[in-house]
Design a protein around this ligand. Structure first.
Ligand code: PHB
Length: 390
């Protein structure tokens, strides 16, 4: 009798309170300032995932803690990550819109025993900085390589390249140049502009003066891209027939209402369009629209965040809620699933996401709204930038 009572007592303790934990996930992103809409998309993706998949994994309850980092600021990024790990005791770090902010956190992961699941930052080299980095977004090598073929196929032989002068911009420039030259094209001039640039008229003049038939551009999505595409149209380049080639950061859906006809017809290559036609995306857009409040604000960081949560939930499941970064990361190597963007998998070697890249064209729908219409698929693209990053 006594034994039975003890066993029952032990079962109660083991089965419930003592082993049910709260697992904390720390999210760093731009939740205020000029890039706040991008951070809002992180939150929409996270909220959508939790609304569709629950707020518990096994016996554990998931708690998400947000920290605001309005602009690229590596020192502040590291300080926020340290506070999350040491004071808040988060078991996972995630978010990270800008490359320098993600880079700054990689040195602390091993000692903290915490995986970093990157929901946006897109410079190829980040995953090489720590074995505890997994990325569910894209790289600018991945998204800027296919557009070079599109440019060549459009009959364009000479292109001028304009990129923001930091990690993902330099990667985009190199990716486009390598792929375009392989097609037989020529990059006549490569301009790198400071991240802080907001007057694009002088650049537009240089593009005109270069004699190039097309411009390739990468800037991080936000007020920067909106200003650049507007300037391309307002300075007469569009009307002059200078073609525009870019990864999809330049025509994110949330910018399209403000761009209006200025963006119409622009072709970009990217991993995700809000219009992607699949049951998984329909369910995602419904949940994410509810989470963000105004569906016109939905953009690609939401899908990086949604899939980032998928990866973190799998890690929690595989570790039974224990803090073991190595085991967690190993559990998602080779993981494959159908994302709202299409079929994806985590490359076991690089821990970066393999995915389709789509050619899309900014199109006006019957109801007068603008969207990125997918017109071609480049299947199962890995990251061509990894070889150069190592
Ligand atoms: C980055 O800093 O890695 C970054 C930010 C915004 C983008 C793409 C890349 O649209």
């Amino acid at each position: 009798m006594k034994r039975v009572v003890i066993a029952a007592f032990a079962a109660i303790i083991m089965g419930s309170a003592a082993y049910a934990d709260t697992i904390k996930i720390g999210v760093v992103g731009p939740f205020s300032g000029p890039f706040a809409l991008q951070g809002k998309n992180f939150k929409a993706g996270i909220d959508a995932y939790m609304a569709m998949n629950g707020t518990t994994v096994g016996d554990d309850t998931i708690e998400v803690i947000y920290r605001d980092l309005p602009a690229p600021d590596p020192a502040q990024s590291k300080a926020l990550a340290q506070e999350l790990v040491v004071k808040q005791r988060v078991q996972y770090l995630t978010g990270f819109y800008f490359t320098p902010d993600a880079m700054a956190v990689t040195p602390i992961l091993k000692q903290a025993n915490v995986p970093l699941v990157i929901m946006n930052a897109a410079t190829s080299a980040i995953v090489t900085k720590s074995p505890f980095v997994v990325r569910t977004s894209f790289t600018t090598w991945q998204t800027s390589t296919p557009i070079a073929k599109v440019a060549h196929d459009a009959g364009v032989a000479k292109v001028i390249s304009v990129v923001s002068d930091y990690g993902p911009g330099v990667d985009a420039e190199n990716a486009f140049k390598a792929a375009f030259e392989k097609e037989g094209g020529q990059v006549v001039e490569a301009i790198r502009i400071p991240l802080s640039t907001n007057d694009f008229s002088p650049i537009m003049q240089r593009i005109k003066d270069s004699g190039a038939q097309g411009v390739f551009a990468f800037l991080p999505s936000g007020p920067t891209t909106l200003g650049f595409v507007k300037a391309y149209s307002e300075n007469g380049l569009k009307d002059a027939g200078i073609k525009f080639f870019a990864p999809g950061d330049l025509t994110q859906e949330s910018d399209l209402p403000a761009l209006g006809d200025a963006a119409l017809g622009i072709q970009t290559t990217f991993h995700y369009a809000v219009s992607h036609d699949s049951p998984e995306n329909k369910a995602f857009v419904e949940a994410a629209s509810k989470a963000i409040g105004s569906p016109a604000e939905l953009s690609f960081p939401s899908v990086g965040a949604f899939d980032g949560m998928k990866v973190i939930y799998r890690m929690i499941e595989a570790t039974g809620g224990e803090q073991d970064a190595e085991k967690a990361v190993n559990a998602v190597k080779g993981l494959s699933w159908t994302s709202p963007r299409g079929p994806v998998s985590i490359d076991p070697e690089s821990r970066h996401i393999t995915q389709n890249i789509y050619l899309r064209e900014v199109t006006k729908a019957d109801d007068g709204t603008y969207y990125n219409k997918e017109i071609q698929t480049f299947e199962k693209q890995g990251d061509p930038g990894l070889a150069a990053a190592r």
